[in-house]
Design a protein around this ligand. Structure first.
Ligand code: FE
Ligand code: FE
Length: 394
């Protein structure tokens, strides 16, 4: 019998997973597929990671057909889940059968770094399954013998990610087409992926539409990742990201009631900067946020300013690179943010200045200050700002 093995964190399982499993069964003629959620260390099981038991239950709901069997083999074993251990155990359980190990294209590239990968190839056929469009596997690291043990499944993938789904769940935006209704129901009734920010979301849901709420979730996620990377307070970054656009959909009258007396002439004619000014006033007046660091990160998220704090830089950058962004340069900015926040901010503030001046629009002094302070930053370190252009072209 041909048996497929499909492992992953399934946090949560979604229709993209189901699609891959079905495609593999169809293209390889698999008669059975074992769905194996990996073990995740218990200390991770909060907020972003659902408990093992819940992930198992969700998989049972999602993969509800005789073709599939959900296995707790890795969860029962505990500790880090090594594929080689799982395959050895399965080889014993299914001695006469052919095993096909399904690996998503996002993981295939690093396969030769896996623990005992050569042994893995001796135990099964490795199936590289596309998760994003245009995926072409690189077979160069493999010998001709090893190459025979790898199949590339050529099909048009469904591009869905678990991260995106967790954000959609939080912002209550459409799960149709990406999520099984029973899994969605399970997540809601067990209160999974709760990061403690629901009281803020309740306030926001009365002030913003679905698209804007989703954007805020994406910025929160991006800010949390940047905070982790650059050593800032992750909770503060996530909360500032979540709330940064809270007043975005207020009427002119509401904005002016909050900030009217503080507006300069340039600001008065530049509506785009109003929400970064009104949001901290609103949050503070209502007693929603009192933390000055968070308020300040929100205060400068649109224009930036000179000498930004780490948290200010993070929220400013997160707003440019969040998962919902799709402007032409976004991948460049994401890559720059991986090098340093300053690289990303120099690029984006320069872009903003160029864009505004090209269209004969006034540039907010803080935007110019932000750009200048980045130039100063790189000059003082004699760093190569030219790197910005190199990254764009590579
Ligand atoms: Fe904004
Ligand atoms: Fe924003």
């Amino acid at each position: 019998m041909k048996i497929g093995i499909f492992g992953g964190s399934f946090n949560p399982p979604h229709k993209g997973h189901l699609f891959i499993a079905r495609k593999c069964a169809e293209l390889l003629g698999l008669e059975k597929i074992l769905i194996i959620p990996s073990n995740i260390a218990p200390h991770k099981s909060s907020g972003v990671f659902a408990q093992s038991e819940d992930r198992l239950n969700m998989c049972r709901l999602m993969f509800d057909s005789p073709l599939f069997e959900v296995s707790d083999i890795e969860i029962r074993r505990g500790s880090t889940s090594y594929t080689v251990d799982t395959l050895r155990e399965l080889k014993e359980a299914y001695p006469g059968d052919e095993l096909y190990f399904i690996v998503g294209s996002d993981m295939f590239g690093s396969f030769t770094k896996w623990y005992m990968w050569e042994t893995i190839l001796g135990l099964c056929t490795l199936c590289a399954a596309p998760r994003e469009k245009g995926f072409r596997p690189d077979f160069s690291p493999y010998t001709p013998e090893q190459r025979k043990k790898i199949v590339f499944l050529d099909y048009e993938p469904l591009e869905i990610s678990s991260t995106e789904i967790r954000m959609r769940i939080r912002s209550n935006s459409g799960l149709d087409g990406v999520m099984d209704e029973r899994v969605a129901q399970y997540i809601r009734s067990h209160n999974l992926y709760d990061d403690g920010f629901d009281s803020y979301r309740e306030i926001m849901s009365g002030m913003l539409d679905a698209a804007r709420l989703y954007h805020c979730e994406c910025v929160s996620e991006a800010a949390g990742e940047l905070a982790q990377r650059y050593g800032a307070d992750k909770e503060k970054a996530k909360l500032a990201g979540l709330l940064h656009d809270i007043t975005k959909m207020m009427s002119a009258g509401e904005h002016l009631a909050l900030i009217g007396k503080d507006l300069t002439d340039i600001e008065r004619s530049n509506h785009k900067v109003w929400h970064q000014m009104s949001a901290p006033v609103f949050l503070k007046n209502k007693g929603i946020v009192t933390d000055e660091e968070i308020l300040s990160a929100i205060r400068w998220h649109t224009t930036g300013r000179a000498d930004m704090s780490l948290l200010e830089k993070i929220v400013y950058t997160a707003d440019f690179i969040s998962a919902d962004r799709d402007y032409p340069d976004v991948d460049t900015v994401r890559r720059l943010a991986g090098i340093s926040l300053e690289h990303a901010i120099l690029y984006t503030s320069r872009y903003t200045v160029l864009d505004l001046t090209r269209r004969d629009r006034s540039v907010h002094p803080s935007t110019l200050d932000c750009y200048n302070s980045m130039i100063e930053f790189f000059n003082s370190r004699q760093a190569q700002t030219i790197k910005v252009d190199e990254v764009q072209n590579d």
